[in-house]
Design a protein. Structure first.
Length: 388
């Protein structure tokens, strides 16, 4: 190990803090370890901001565009008559059906980092950008899954054989008036949760993995109004309760809060004058462009949406939606490309004096077992119609 050059040259001995095991021959080698920081930050940002991914059935697909899920219905039983032969079921039961979930087009989020800006910045520029890219992917991921669960709650079972039809989805009205403000009534929400739990029990849905997802104001209404009446897990108080994982049981259903659920035609919340399609909450002001985001038409193949699966028309299909209760079999998610990062380097970096940082994801979501999905709606006596 030499710390001096003896060849007569004044060439500096480059340390290469970003090099992998001292390999510094090329630009790519000198930057090898820097890229891992971004990848980790992007994935962390994604993981911390998506809740739906682990609440439904998730499968990884390779060398194919779609994944098949098989349904098996029920069969009957009868007493044997002495002397009769047993040759199978005359109805060909149990019936079998299938559901196919297709991967949508590639979902991307990117940024160009100019090398001089990175040099002059007094903070970790790549790390900050990476987190925002992770957030963007997670937001889209959650929204697609929640829309698929809403779709599931409105569907009949794929098992449609005569005399063997399986249960379909459930829609529960929150409150009894035509006011959207019923969505924020703690009493009405609790009643809706018990109705949903009873429906899931009646339809034979497993009690394991049942969850509810509400918007933040609904969640906090529950804490304020019924938080001390046996609905709060006594082992989770204070900060844990406020984070959205403290109310662990209303009728055995664990509750999360999210700004990505369909809510009266918006994502997460809706402000304005109260009506049948507006809960009538006053805006806190200065909400920017990313709060109360209006849903759009995501019918399969519509315009530039680039979805293969039908996620509904956001301008009409979700006008009275205000929450979801489901078990993990309600919807499925198929990933062809999990959340990952790509970064330009080498000659491209030299030409543009910077790097394009790209986060990408290829996934698709759709309903699986409608019996495991419950949609909460308010402001109307008529349940929202099925779509897709």
């Amino acid at each position: 190990m030499a710390h001096q050059t003896t060849s007569g040259s004044n060439t500096a001995l480059l340390t290469g803090p970003g090099a992998d095991n001292g390999a510094i021959s090329t630009t790519t080698e000198r930057r090898a370890l820097y890229l891992k920081l971004f990848s980790g930050e992007m994935f962390k940002g994604f993981q911390h901001n998506t809740i739906a991914r682990d609440l439904v059935m998730k499968r990884t697909i390779k060398n194919g565009k779609s994944l098949q899920f098989i349904y098996t219905g029920r069969t009957g039983a009868e007493y044997h008559t002495p002397g009769n032969s047993i040759l199978g079921n005359s109805d060909s039961a149990p019936p079998v059906a299938q559901k196919t979930i297709t991967v949508d087009d590639l979902l991307i989020s990117s940024a160009f980092v100019y090398e001089l800006d990175e040099t002059l910045a007094h903070y970790d520029l790549r790390g900050e950008i990476s987190r925002k890219i992770g957030y963007a992917l997670a937001e889209k991921y959650d929204r697609k899954i929640f829309q698929a669960i809403t779709k599931s709650a409105r569907k009949a079972s794929p098992i449609t054989k005569t005399n063997y039809v399986e249960p379909g989805g459930t829609q529960v009205r929150v409150g009894t008036t035509t006011n959207g403000s019923d969505a924020y009534s703690a009493t009405a929400l609790v009643n809706a949760f018990y109705d949903a739990a009873a429906a899931l029990d009646e339809k034979g849905v497993s009690t394991e993995g049942r969850v509810g997802v509400l918007n933040p104001r609904q969640y906090y209404e529950l804490i304020q109004q019924v938080g001390e009446n046996g609905l709060i897990n006594r082992d989770e108080q204070g900060t844990a309760r406020q984070k959205g994982n403290g109310i662990v049981e209303i009728a055995g259903i664990k509750i999360y809060k999210s700004m990505n659920i369909p809510f009266f035609g918006r994502y997460g919340t809706k402000f304005g004058t109260g009506s049948a399609t507006n809960p009538g909450v006053t805006s806190p002001g200065n909400i920017g462009d990313f709060v109360e985001v209006e849903m759009v038409d995501e019918t399969a193949g519509t315009g530039a949406v680039k979805t293969i699966n039908n996620y509904g028309n956001g301008t009409s299909d979700f006008e009275n939606s205000c929450g979801l209760i489901f078990q993990r079999e309600a919807a499925g998610c198929v990933e062809a490309i999990g959340p990952q990062v790509q970064v330009t380097s080498g000659d491209v970096s030299v030409i543009y004096q910077g790097d394009v940082i790209l986060g990408r994801l290829a996934m698709g979501a759709d309903y699986l077992n409608p019996a495991a999905a419950v949609e909460l709606y308010a402001g109307t006596a008529t349940a929202p119609a099925a779509f897709g």
